[in-house]
Design a protein around this ligand. Structure first.
Ligand code: FAD
Length: 429
C-alpha cells in the first residue's frame, strides 16, 4: 500500500529525504526536516496552480501528533454531503469545504432520485446539511460558506489542506467530491438556457419534454444515439448536426449505426439539418419547464428559425477543481482515475462523484461513490490506528517495518472480508 506514487510528489519528497509511504507507519521521521526545508524552494508553480509552501518547519508539522480532523471533504454537492454523513455515522470527524460551483446550479428541479424527484437542488442540499447538523454536530463540520481549497500537501500519515481564506487544517484522509463543468458552445443563448430547456441527460430532464418538440444538436454519430434515447418520450425530433455531414461523419455513423439512414430518416422520419446553430432565443420569460420554448437560429441558408421546447446536447466536460493537477493525480482522459474503493493514484486521497472515471455522472453515483470512499477511509484509518499501537519490538521481530505493516494490512483486509461473510452466513445468507 505505497502512497505518493505520483511522480511529482515522489520526486519532491524523495529530494527532501522524507518517507515514501503515507499510510504505512514509519519508524523514523525525515532524517532532518529542518535541513530539508532550507533547501526547499518556498514557491511551487505547477501548471496554472500556484502554491506557497510555508510549512514543514518542524518534525511535528511533518508528522503531527494531533489531527484537526479525520477527513477533509472538498465539495458540497451530493458527493461531499454523502461522505460527511457516512463518516459521522462511524464517529469520524470531517470538515467540508465548498466553493459552491455546483454542476447543476442552473437546473430547476432534480429528478430520478428516490424521495427527491422534482426537488429544487438548493433545497435538497440545505435539507441534507440541516439533518447532518442536527444529528451529528460532534462529527460533521463545515468551513465558512464559499471557501475554496487551494492546496493539499502530503504529510507522513495524512495531509495539510490550505484554503483561500488563509486557513489550513490537517486531516488523515481527503475525499475530493469536486465535480465537473459542462463546456457549452460559445454561442448566444446557450449559457442561459442550460438546465432550462437545454440539457444532456434524458433521465434528468427528458420527461419534461414528453410529446413536445425536441432538437438534438451534435455530431451525426452521437446525435443519432441521443435521438434514439429520446424517441420513447417524443417523436417530434429534429437532428441538427452542427454543419454539413462529411464523408468521415457518414462512415462513422454507418459503422456505429448500420442502416441509420433507413431507420432514422425513412421509418422514424426524423429530419436531419446539416447546419450549425447561431443563437438560441427564448420566446417566453416563464420559468417552469412546461413553458420552455426557444427559437433556434441556424446558420447560412436557413432564414427561418426552428422552434423547439427542448434541446439535447452532447458537450465536453472539464474538472471544476485544479487540485488534481497540483497533486499530479493520474487521469483517465478528463476524469480522475480511481480504484474500486475510489482511491486515486495518491494513497489517502479519494475522488468521488462526477470528477472520477466511473463514467457515470448523476446524483446517485455521487452519493454511492462517496459512501464507498467513506467506508474505505474509515477502515484504513482504523487499521492505521491499530498498527500504530503494535510495539516496535514486535515489528522488528517480524522482520522490519514496511513488510510487517503490509502483511498486517493485507491480513486485516482479508479478515474483515471473512468476518462479513461469516456474519452473512450466520444470518442465513
Ligand atoms: C443541467 C443538469 C441537470 C442535472 N439533473 C440531474 C438530475 O435530475 N438527477 C441527477 O441524478 N443528476 C443530475 N445532474 C447531474 C448531477 O448534477 C451531478 O451528477 C452531481 O451534481 C454530481 O455531484 P458531485 O458532488 O460529484 O459534484 P457537484 O454537485 O458539481 O459538486 C461539486 C462541488 O465541489 C466544489 N468544489 C470544487 N473544487 C473545489 C475546491 N477546490 N474547494 C472547495 N470546493 C470545491 C464545487 O464548488 C461544487 O460545489 C444534472 C446535471 C446538470 C448539468
Amino acid at each position: 500500500m505505497m502512497h505518493l506514487n505520483s511522480s511529482f510528489w515522489h520526486l519532491w519528497l524523495l529530494s527532501l529525504s522524507l518517507a515514501s509511504a503515507l499510510s504505512v507507519p514509519q519508524k523514523t521521521l525525515a532524517e532532518s526536516p529542518e535541513d530539508a526545508v532550507s533547501e526547499l524552494t518556498q514557491h511551487i508553480a505547477i501548471d496554472d496552480v500556484e502554491f506557497n509552501i510555508t510549512d514543514y518547519t518542524s518534525p511535528d508539522e511533518w508528522n503531527p501528533t494531533n489531527w484537526d480532523y479525520d477527513v477533509v471533504i472538498v465539495g458540497g454537492g451530493p458527493g461531499g454531503l454523502a461522505a460527511s454523513m457516512s463518516l459521522a455515522r462511524v464517529a469520524r470527524t470531517s470538515l467540508l469545504y465548498d466553493s459552491q460551483e455546483y454542476r447543476n446550479e442552473q437546473t430547476r428541479y432534480m429528478h430520478d432520485v428516490l424521495g427527491q424527484d422534482g426537488q429544487v437542488p438548493l433545497k435538497f442540499r440545505t435539507a441534507v446539511r440541516r439533518q447532518i447538523d442536527e444529528l451529528y454536530p460532534d462529527y460533521s463540520f463545515w468551513a465558512t460558506r464559499k471557501t475554496k481549497v487551494t492546496g493539499i500537501i502530503p504529510l507522513e500519515k495524512g495531509f495539510r489542506v490550505y484554503d483561500d481564506k488563509g486557513g489550513k487544517v490537517t486531516a488523515k484522509r481527503v475525499i475530493m467530491a469536486t465535480g465537473i463543468k459542462d463546456v457549452l458552445p460559445n454561442k448566444v443563448g446557450f449559457a442561459e438556457a442550460f438546465g432550462r430547456g437545454v440539457f444532456w441527460c434524458p433521465w434528468c430532464d427528458g420527461h419534461d419534454y414528453k410529446n413536445r418538440k425536441m432538437v438534438v444538436y451534435g455530431k451525426l454519430v452521437s446525435a443519432i444515439g441521443s435521438a434514439l434515447n429520446m424517441r420513447k418520450l417524443t417523436t417530434d425530433i429534429t437532428i441538427v448536426t452542427g454543419g454539413p455531414i462529411t464523408k468521415e461523419d457518414k462512415a462513422e455513423a454507418d459503422a456505429r449505426w448500420p442502416g441509420w439512414e433507413t431507420v432514422i430518416k425513412n421509418i422514424y422520419k426524423i429530419p436531419i439539418r446539416e447546419n450549425d446553430i447561431n443563437k438560441l432565443e427564448p420566446t417566453t420569460t416563464n420559468m417552469e419547464p412546461k413553458d420552455d420554448e426557444y427559437k433556434v437560429y441556424l446558420n447560412a441558408g436557413s432564414p427561418n428559425p426552428l422552434v423547439t421546447n427542448g434541446m439535447l446536447i452532447s458537450v465536453p466536460t472539464t474538472q471544476t477543481s485544479t487540485l488534481h493537477k497540483q497533486l499530479r493525480l493520474e487521469m483517465d482522459g478528463k476524469s480522475v482515475k480511481v480504484k474500486s474503493n475510489m482511491e486515486s493514484s495518491v494513497g489517502g486521497i479519494y475522488v468521488v462523484g462526477d470528477a472520477n472515471n466511473d463514467n457515470s455522472t448523476n446524483a446517485y453515483h455521487a452519493m454511492w461513490s462517496a459512501k464507498r470512499a467513506a467506508v474505505s477511509a474509515h477502515v484504513s484509518m482504523s487499521k492505521q490506528e491499530y498498527l500504530d499501537l503494535v510495539p516496535a519490538a514486535m515489528v522488528a521481530a517480524a522482520g522490519g517495518d514496511e513488510d510487517f505493516y503490509r502483511l498486517q494490512i493485507e491480513d486485516l483486509e482479508s479478515q474483515i472480508g471473512e468476518d462479513v461473510e461469516q456474519m452473512y452466513k450466520a444470518l442465513g445468507g
